[in-house]
Design a protein around this ligand. Structure first.
Ligand code: 5GP
Length: 256
């Protein structure tokens, strides 16, 4: 597959056309930003860690019945994806209170949210991604009520799958952001799921294992991304979603 013209440059990824109809290439660059682009850096290898983790999650989700845009990895930083018409929503699933909901509402950081809370923001940097509600989403014609229901159902399924997968590696999935797109009438998961778009805490130590290390200068960002990417991608992919692991004396089979 040949990479063709640059279609779009985001804060950390670039999207290219290809010579294959309906297939795009997403390149995960080494750029990292926070606070609406107010803090910016380029960190060597960052793109490959996020690409690897995203590819791992996308394949895991596909195996468990979630439709994603992921087709294949082309090299360490570039993945071939299905071309989607992206829906400008940031669908955030929260299992524990952290980040903006602690700043904006009277939640105590780290308190469990049961059932998980879905927050949907309007993806528009110029407006600082304001929070939406279902009525606004429909009034703005961003999604139909049926699509919205479907998106929420998929987001919660992804949450159950990822919470279970990460727990096996001693990682708490605090919250994460998803983006969806359409191909014809089918909704697919797009964008990425990586350390840039999740909040992950070590179950034992409570240490941040995600972009909060960069946002709040909590330590060596690339050392953290390197370690967490290795931990995540060795999680057994065959584990079935949401089910409690059966107790067994045998060590679990590692896929990598
Ligand atoms: P918060 O609303 O607390 O800032 O973010 C909640 C979760 O969604 C965090 O895991 C955060 O990384 C992710 N998130 C929210 N907005 C964005 C965004 O614009 N880009 C990315 N990559 N992740 C986001």
């Amino acid at each position: 597959m040949k990479q063709k013209k640059l279609l779009y440059t985001g804060k950390a990824k670039s999207v290219y056309r290809t010579d294959a109809k309906g297939t795009l290439i997403v390149e995960f660059r080494d750029d990292i930003t926070a606070f609406d682009g107010g803090k910016k850096d380029t960190l060597k290898n960052k793109g490959s860690y996020n690409a690897g983790v995203s590819a791992f999650f996308f394949s895991y989700l596909e195996k468990n019945g979630v439709k994603t845009h992921f087709l294949e990895m082309l090299d360490e930083n570039r993945m071939a994806v299905r071309e989607l018409s992206m829906i400008p929503l940031e669908v955030i699933v929260r299992n524990f209170a952290a980040g903006s909901i602690v700043r904006n509402y009277p939640f105590v950081e780290g308190s469990p949210l049961k059932p998980p809370v879905i927050v949907i923001d309007y993806k528009d940097d110029s407006r600082h991604d304001p929070m939406l509600n279902d009525e606004l989403i429909v009034a703005l014609k961003l999604a139909t009520p049926t699509e919205l229901k479907k998106i929420k159902t998929i987001a919660l399924k992804i949450n159950t799958l990822l919470v279970g997968l990460l727990a096996k590696e001693g990682i708490t999935l605090v919250d994460f952001k998803l983006e969806f797109g359409r191909q014809n009438k089918t909704i697919y998961l797009g964008d990425e799921i990586s350390m840039d778009s999740m909040r992950l805490w070590d179950k034992k130590t409570g240490e941040s294992l995600d972009k909060d290390v960069y946002r709040f200068n909590k330590g060596d960002v690339m050392a953290t991304y390197n370690r967490v990417a290795a931990r995540i991608t060795r999680a057994p992919k065959t584990a079935s979603a949401g089910k409690k692991a059966k107790s067994s004396k045998k060590p679990e089979k590692r896929t990598r």
